[in-house]
Ligand binder design. Structure first.
Ligand code: MN
Length: 213
């Protein structure tokens, strides 16, 4: 299996999408989303980058500045109930978007939750394993632990790795949808997706395992 490097153009923005790109994305019905932050602790580790990709493979990276608290076009896009936003482990990204930019993301599909409900024959639900099995692609996760807060420009490689995390989410969602429908678990998946914002809010407020005994 070869590492597939993105050669297509990645659009890059500071702080928000421009209005012309907002117009393009707002006509999409599917939008793959990923974010990169300084770390995993909400409130401490700021959001640094938002990556998006629509069904026409139009891929963009939006850098979030230190201290930035709003992103008008991103907010309109993510709060639009007509567009399905696809994440891998949505719980983290939803919380990061909410606590950094005040965005209440609507209409969520999480490929990690979907994978756990659909692929009960494995316990490998990380993005790398999921894409490898469903689509036969090999992605490089080496940029996961890198300094996304740096002020100098990101390297082409860094943006390429970041974009890889959204590039295959829509095809993965389609494959998972087929399995969930076939196994009669699609409704349960939708019910799970509807609770993700609750888990994100609990994470933000530092409540841990409150559903456990
Ligand atoms: Mn990522």
């Amino acid at each position: 299996m070869e590492f597939q490097k993105i050669n297509e153009k990645i659009n890059y923005f500071n702080q928000d999408l421009t209005d012309d790109f907002f117009e393009i994305y707002t006509k999409s019905s599917l939008l793959a989303v990923d974010t990169e932050a300084m770390g995993l602790v909400h409130g401490r580790d700021r959001l640094c980058l938002i990556q998006i990709c629509n069904e026409d493979n139009i891929t963009s990276c939006i850098r979030i500045e230190k201290g930035q608290t709003t992103s008008k076009n991103i907010r309109k896009l993510f709060e639009n109930t007509e567009i399905t936003k696809i994440f891998h482990f949505a719980r983290f990204d939803i919380a990061a978007l909410k606590c950094n930019l005040g965005i209440n993301t609507q209409n969520i599909f999480c490929t990690k939750i979907a994978s756990k409900l659909a692929r009960t024959y494995t316990n490998k639900h990380g993005l790398k394993d999921l894409l490898n099995e469903l689509l036969g692609v090999e992605i490089d996760k080496s940029s996961q632990c890198s300094d996304w807060g740096k002020t100098e420009t990101y390297s082409e490689d860094q943006l390429s790795y970041a974009a890889n995390d959204v590039k295959f989410l829509i095809p993965a969602m389609r494959e998972l949808h087929i399995i969930l429908k076939r196994e009669g678990r699609y409704n349960l998946a939708k019910q799970c997706f509807a609770t993700i914002h609750v888990h994100s809010e609990l994470d933000i407020q530092k409540f841990v395992h409150i559903f456990e005994h």
